[in-house]
Design a protein around this ligand. Structure first.
Ligand code: KIV
Length: 271
């Protein structure tokens, strides 16, 4: 008798059913095979290959420099690792803003070359045509509203968005539009918890919050932030589950010291 249990893949339908059941959805970023393996095996529902790779993997100040080719490279490594999680990949800055045909071509490249399961795209009514065209091709789309880091030079700061009524109202309308177009979920980033609660309650599709309070249908964090690999980044919304910077730093220091003192390798560690 085989003991291999078949792993049931999370799909956009699963995510929708979780919202209906009131079951919270967990999402984390990953950008490479090894990290994605751990994230997947730990039971994360959605792995986001975020354009935050531009910050945490490449060391850029913003998400703007990362290219579509680079996102495809990261995404294909993550897809090879993910046996259960739904893999969602960010369309990077400059790969969809030009026109809807360009947006569709970029989304198709991510699905075809990386083997992703869905794409995420920042913006509301202004990108409706692109969202619609991607969806028409059978590609699931996740929206992203509130703090949209690709627009950082328009906002000028990474502080909380939609605190004032005009911006809150635009966000409500954008969320409804994305749902009406057929998005399967929406990331709400850094908005007041009360607004996120209202939007989550008004939508049939799930919301995934980051800095948007406990009433979203799910939560997402950047893996480097929640593991404490980014030592200096400690916004209020972040819960740090480990102190990996110090753990890794100490391990590497010990290795360096063992090499210098010739205590590594010892007799048992050689042939
Ligand atoms: O790129 C990213 O990691 C994201 C999350 C912050 C939601 O978009």
């Amino acid at each position: 008798m085989s003991v291999n249990k078949e792993i049931k893949r999370i799909t956009t339908n699963t995510i929708q059913e979780m919202k209906v059941r009131g079951e919270k959805i967990s999402m984390l970023t990953a950008y490479d095979y090894s990290m994605a393996t751990i994230v997947d095996e730990a039971g994360t529902d959605i792995i986001l290959v975020g354009d935050s790779a531009s910050n945490v993997m490449a060391g850029h100040e913003t998400t703007l420099p990362i290219t579509l080719d680079q996102m495809i490279y990261h995404a294909s490594s993550v897809v090879r690792a993910a046996k259960r999680a739904l893999v969602v990949v960010d369309l990077p800055f400059g790969s969809y803003q030009g026109n809807s045909k360009e947006a569709l071509n970029s989304a198709i490249r991510i699905m075809k070359e990386a083997g992703a399961h869905a794409v995420k795209i920042e913006g509301g009514v202004e990108i409706a045509e692109s969202v619609s065209r991607i969806l028409t091709a059978g590609i699931p789309v996740m929206g992203h509203l509130g703090l949209t880091p690709q627009s950082i030079y328009k906002f000028g700061t990474y502080t909380v968005r939609a605190k004032h009524e005009a911006e809150a109202q635009k966000l409500r309308e954008d969320a409804l539009k994305l749902q009406e177009l057929g998005c399967f979920g929406i990331v709400l980033e850094k908005i007041p918890a009360k607004l996120a609660q209202e939007v989550s309650g008004s939508l049939q599709i799930p919301t995934i919050g980051i800095g948007a309070g406990q009433h979203c249908d799910g939560q997402v964090l950047v893996i480097h932030d929640m593991l404490g690999i980014n030592k200096g980044f400690k916004p209020r919304f972040l819960r740090q589950y480990s102190n990996m910077y110090d753990i890794m730093h100490d391990a590497i220091k010990n290795y360096n010291s063992d090499v210098k003192s010739n205590s590594f390798p010892n007799e048992k560690e050689q042939y």
